[in-house]
Ligand binder design. Sequence first.
Ligand code: KG4
Ligand code: ZN
Length: 340
Amino acid sequence: MLILALETSCDDSAVALLENGKVAAEAVATQIEHGIYGGVVPEIASRLHMSTLPRLIASVMDSAGAVIGDVDVFAATVGPGLTGSLLVGLSWAKAAAWAAGKPFLGINHLAAHLHIHYGDEPRVAFPAIALLISGGHTSLFRLDSWDECRLLGATRDDAVGEAFDKTAKLMGLGYPGGAAIDELAREGDPFSVDLPSPLADPSLPEFSFSGLKTAARLVWESGVDSRDLAASFQRVIVDILTAKLMHQVLSSDARTALVAGGVCANTELRRRLETECSRHEVTLRLPEIRYATDNAVMVGMAARAVLDRDPAAASSLSCNAFSRWEGDWLTALVSPADRL
Ligand code: KG4
Ligand code: ZN
């Protein structure tokens, strides 16, 4: 069973070919062109996907020694994300599926992030508490199985990755800024700058980062060592994320903490989660760093999960892109009725 998976929801063009649930070949091309603007420019992102995606698909098929006619299922991210960018991967996958007479699966990007753990060995034990932390989302979910996912709480304002990116931009560290703050923080004192911890109560499964971002701006404008600000800002975020995740796990019957999304590439967060989970004998699932940020393997894994439950599953070719997701459920397969 060969699944060709495409991901173009934001500024990474990604392609993966999965053979019986294992990665046969994959490629990611990150658009560095947005750096000078300090954020993703949607029109530039879609144009770059249009020129990059066909090249990436050809190179992935080449390195796996396969041709499009061998593919059994075409999967692509349908949303949430930038509409123009989503449409590039989605249209390609739908057209290829139609031409080849094979099924198309429209995949939810957020569910895909969590499904990077679908192929983990040993298999994920449920119930699990999932923390999804990316440039666009910060949410806690309870998973009773791969198909039963309920939102516990999310950010009330900025996503945590957005807070990293905007603070990094302010400090002149470029875009995206999470990795730059991560690096700079290694040289700073994490307790040197006094910053607020909004909605810090661990029992509250909601987040708020806009006040922290504003406080960081005020401190920056008053003059502070950039390394100390980076380390203190990161420390506050790591404290909040770790405390809320651990509270949800320890106050429930879950013994698995499952983490996904670009921000879980953060070195200090990974270190802290590993320490806390091992102290409380909680099984921690952290993706490899290259699978924390956007990639197509997670889209292929989500498609694989859908097919394991229902080998005849398929999305309608009238399935369209959607920019936002606001439900309290999360399923991998997006049917037209699920579109928001
Ligand atoms: O999951 P992702 O690639 O894309 C979205 O779905 O949004 O996440 C991107 C986010 C960006 O905000 C980026 O700054 C952040 O992940 N990020 C990091 C690190 N690496 C990427 N944040 C903190 N520390 C990192 N090392
Ligand atoms: Zn993402």
